[in-house]
Design a protein around this ligand. Structure first.
Ligand code: MF3
Ligand code: CO
Length: 247
């Protein structure tokens, strides 16, 4: 069952989205070479709570942190720890928070200092892939339209698409139906106004293959090449969409 949100629920999700993006502004003040990912997690936790929200990932299926921080070849679900951010890293920050029971999910990948041109392109084109996907969103369009647009954009830019993880419905739960894959899996489900979905391309510079680390959370590229991630929570409307976690 795909839930259709009421006006009241949409308003709460808008508020959650605003507070999510406020948290990114706070993160950006601190995300510099020398900071540990654990310190960033603490900053996020305290900021989110101060704003009357709950960090959705903390304790979720045992996940131990308020934010996922994935560096370089880490694709998703990196656990904050003693790792020190350094010049030349790319850092994906994936944050889900809830406000009065409604979740907002967003990811940004940051470039720290100087990186090679192909890595910069990876980061920029992963954001581009999100926008190619979201451009398809409106009542009556199919999930497949989003998936195909992202996949085509990625391939046109020489990038590969991670298939093991997908976007998702979101609302009173962090993960709801439908799945929103970043590759064409023939999903003919039609979008309706009032659905809320997280669209989140995860694109690799090298091969699409990934593996799960021994910590049971961190997903890494098999070939050790970098991966980027970009995500927003999106409301489907009659003739388009509204990005609830827009900057
Ligand atoms: N933002 C992630 C997602 O889209 C949520 C992190 S999952 C967790 O699915 F398990 F690490 F909490
Ligand atoms: Co998500």
């Amino acid at each position: 069952m795909i839930s259709i949100k009421s006006e009241r629920e949409i308003e709460l999700m808008r508020e959650a989205g605003k507070k999510n993006i406020m948290t990114f502004k706070e993160i950006e003040k601190h995300l510099k070479p020398g900071i540990t990912t654990k310190k960033l997690d603490t900053i996020v936790h305290d900021f989110v709570v101060k704003n009357g929200c709950v960090p959705s990932t903390l304790g979720y299926e045992g996940y131990p942190a308020s934010v996922c921080i994935s560096v370089n070849d880490e694709v998703v679900h990196g656990i904050p720890g003693n790792r020190v951010i350094k010049d030349g890293d790319i850092v994906s920050v994936d944050l889900v928070i809830s406000y009065k029971g409604y979740h907002a999910d967003a990811t940004r990948t940051y470039i720290i200092g100087d990186v090679p041109d192909d890595v910069r392109d990876l980061v920029e084109n992963t954001k581009g892939a999100f926008y190619a996907g979201v451009a398809c969103v409106k009542e009556g369009a199919r999930i497949r339209d989003i998936s195909r647009a992202i996949e085509k954009y990625a391939h046109d830019h020489g990038l590969s698409v991670v298939e093991e993880l997908v976007g998702h419905g979101i609302g009173a739960s962090m993960h709801e139906e439908p799945d929103v894959p970043n590759f064409d899996d023939n999903n003919m489900t039609k979008l309706k106004a009032g659905m809320t979905i997280a669209i989140e391309p995860m694109l690799n510079l090298g091969s699409k293959k990934v593996y799960l680390e021994d910590d049971d959370w961190t997903v890494r590229t098999m070939d050790g090449k970098p991966s980027a991630h970009y995500e927003n929570t999106v409301l489907v409307t009659k003739d388009g969409y509204e990005i609830l976690t827009g900057e």
